[in-house]
Design a protein around this ligand. Structure first.
Ligand SMILES: [Zn+2]
Length: 269
């Protein structure tokens, strides 16, 4: 599933193509999943923002278009304004006054919704979301307080409440970097400080290199290029490989329903 670095990479690449453009048409055949998109017609795209794993297109006339990529959603940008043929798994085409972009989604879990500006209360994940990890809102003191109360640190991170945008890959990588076991509870102030720094470091680096493209190839940058952070993973998708820090074998098990990778030596319970 695309996490913060993949969504942020997508946002940055869409920005020069979408910003200031007027929406001429929104082509799709699934009004249940891509809701109220006719409200975008004739509207100008004023800003492209991201909150956690959500993309938010700010439109004129006080409208927001919320997009969640879920498991396999993503965008494609044509090389020269228009597509010669539709990209594979295209579900929606956004036609602008001077070009177009395609939304692709092989498994069709992603959704679009047009709402009045900032009317996100009905989306629980957005209204309860914690601070952005790459912003000054991600305060160490608040994070230490939240971490001092957790019963299992990884599921707490995945809840998006202590910090936004951390999913399965980046939780595993951040916990490895901070030398914290995925099931550690009630973190000390020192451990929470290490984790706070690790999340910032991992997220910043992953954004810098375009996110992670895994073996299923489902995530690509909108240009069609892969991301490159998978080449720097220390634990995720490295089951059985040697830990780059201590040489022990990386293990994988299921925690709260999610495949979890860790080093049994570096990340003791
Ligand atoms: Zn290790």
């Amino acid at each position: 599933m695309p996490e913060l670095p993949e969504v942020e990479t997508t946002r940055r690449m869409l920005e020069p193509v979408l910003l200031g453009r007027v929406v001429r048409d929104v082509l799709h055949t699934d009004p249940q999943r891509y809701r109220n998109t006719e409200a975008m017609l004739g509207k100008q795209i004023l800003k492209l923002e991201r909150r956690g794993k959500y993309l938010i297109f700010r439109l004129d006339d006080g409208l927001d278009c919320l997009v969640h990529l879920k498991m396999t959603g993503g965008f494609r940008i044509p090389n020269d304004k228009k597509f010669l043929e539709p990209p594979r798994f295209e579900r929606l085409r956004l036609v602008l006054h001077d070009g177009e972009v395609s939304y692709v989604d092989s498994r069709r879990f992603g959704f679009w919704e047009i709402v009045p500006s900032n009317q996100w209360q009905h989306i629980k994940a957005l209204s309860e979301m914690g601070p952005e990890p790459l912003s000054s809102d991600f305060k160490l003191k608040d994070f230490q307080t939240a971490m001092s109360r957790v019963s299992r640190v990884k599921p707490a991170l995945l809840s998006q409440k202590p910090v936004a945008g951390v999913g399965n890959i980046y939780a595993d990588e951040s916990l490895w970097l901070a030398k914290i076991h995925p099931e550690a509870s009630k973190l000390s102030a020192a451990a929470a400080k290490r984790l706070h720094a690790a999340i910032i470091e991992v997220m910043a680096r992953a954004v810098e290199v375009g996110g992670s493209t895994l073996s299923d190839n489902s995530y690509q940058q909108p240009s069609g290029e892969s991301g490159y952070f998978q080449l720097e993973h220390h634990v995720y998708d490295r089951t059985g490989a040697a830990c780059s820090r201590c040489g022990a074998e990386i293990l994988k098990y299921t925690l709260a329903g999610r495949g979890t990778h860790y080093c049994p030596d570096c990340q003791r319970k």
